[in-house]
Write a protein that binds this ligand. Structure first.
Ligand SMILES: [Mg+2]
Length: 388
């Protein structure tokens, strides 16, 4: 089943309500999607995470090397792309371009074989997934307290059992807002915090010390991604579970994270670190180090659906009858690209998502909205998509 076309699309939309986190402000969302078409007209969709224009360039670099390949040979094509870029891109954007194509290949493979991706990955070991809500971004609105309370109430009504907020504004502000949201969410919704590597070890430790009594689900990216020693020390000195990995690439990057005992929860982004083919390998490595996997996910329903299928296939580690439902990240911030452009087959059931059984990822793209948001010929802002 030969590949006859690979078409990247950059889509962008300005936000009605800009927001910020520990690193920078954001006023628009911008994403690179890719459509892979086979000789019989069957097609699959993929998505890259990171600077969309650069990922598009990466996809165009790989295109001539994989046109004519058999789309069902996902590992063979992955290796072709990896070896073509190894000398220049052992981590970073080239891996996101590989990821976008790889996710599209798994989608089209599922359509050709009439099977959901989770079955093709080896089977559905976790039939139901628990999404957690990512939100509570900072704004300049004077009504932020009221807005956060409304947002917390919405998540509770929607059945979420966990939600994640941003930290990294400075210790005093962080302690205030973590206490505020912990109270607003109450005992039934667990709160996680994410600093997007905005602190050094000493600051991260002090924040942990002051909020440790609040039963925080995890502290994500507390320190710089290269500060393996800071991660390790923090993990040894706090009872709050430590999470990280959205800036890490391929099994080799995650091996460093695991060998240094940096995290309790590893968060590979399927659309950034080599796609489903590579994240399945990372998941196997995580199991060997007895670490949990909760993928980082940020983007359209293509990325979210890829995470659902991957987590549906994860091994139980450790196995037991009564275990917590495996999780995925579900970004709840404003994103017209996610909600208008991609149709999906995920069904939400009081805070849980059954792994869908539609062929492939169970997604399709609305061509009208794709063209409406397409910025293939222009650069509106050139800004990098915000990290979750
Ligand atoms: Mg994050």
């Amino acid at each position: 089943m030969k590949i006859v076309d690979i078409q990247p699309w950059v889509i962008e939309q300005e936000l009605e309500n800009p927001f910020y986190f520990s690193q920078w402000h954001y006023a628009s969302r911008k994403i690179c999607l890719v459509k892979v078409t086979l000789e019989d007209g069957t097609y699959g969709w993929g998505e890259g995470y990171g600077p969309a224009d650069v990922i598009k360039a990466g996809i165009e670099f790989f295109k001539p090397h994989i046109l004519g390949q058999n789309a069902l040979e996902t590992e063979t094509i992955w290796q072709i792309m990896y070896l073509r870029s190894l000398d220049f891109g052992r981590s970073g954007i080239f891996q996101a371009a590989i990821a976008a194509i790889d996710v599209a290949l798994w989608d089209v493979k599922g359509k050709v074989l009439n099977q959901p991706v989770s079955v093709l990955l080896g089977g559905v070991k976790n039939p139901v997934i628990q999404p957690y809500a990512t939100g509570f971004y900072f704004t300049d609105a004077p009504t932020m307290e009221e807005d956060f309370i409304k947002e917390a109430e919405l998540y509770k009504q929607q059945g979420f059992k966990a939600a994640k907020m941003k930290v990294g504004l400075g210790l005093e502000k962080d302690v205030y807002w973590v206490n505020f949201l912990s109270k607003a969410l109450g005992e039934d919704v667990r709160l996680m915090i994410d600093a997007n590597h905005g602190y050094n070890y000493r600051e991260a430790y002090e924040l942990c010390r002051q909020i440790e009594h609040l039963n925080i689900g995890w502290f994500e990216e507390p320190v710089a991604p290269d500060d393996y020693n800071g991660y390790k020390k923090l993990r040894e000195n706090t009872s709050i579970p430590i999470a990280g990995g959205e800036c890490e690439y391929l099994r080799h990057g995650f091996r460093r994270l695991f060998e240094n005992d940096c995290v309790d929860i590893a968060q590979p982004d399927i659309c950034a670190t080599g796609g489903l083919t590579e994240v399945k390998r990372i998941a196997t490595l995580a199991q060997a180090y007895h670490k949990d996997i909760v993928p980082h996910s940020w983007g359209t329903w293509i990325a979210i659906s890829a995470a659902v299928h991957l987590v549906g296939n994860l091994d139980q580690n450790p196995g037991r009858m009564n275990r917590e439902c495996p999780m995925i990240e579900l970004d709840r911030t404003e994103n017209p690209l996610r909600d208008d452009v991609v149709n999906h087959s995920l069904k939400f059931d009081n805070g849980f998502i059954p792994v869908p059984d539609a062929p492939g990822l169970g997604v399709d793209v609305n061509q009208e909205f794709l063209e409406k948001y397409a910025s293939n010929n222009t650069t509106i802002s050139g800004e990098f998509e915000v990290r979750a």
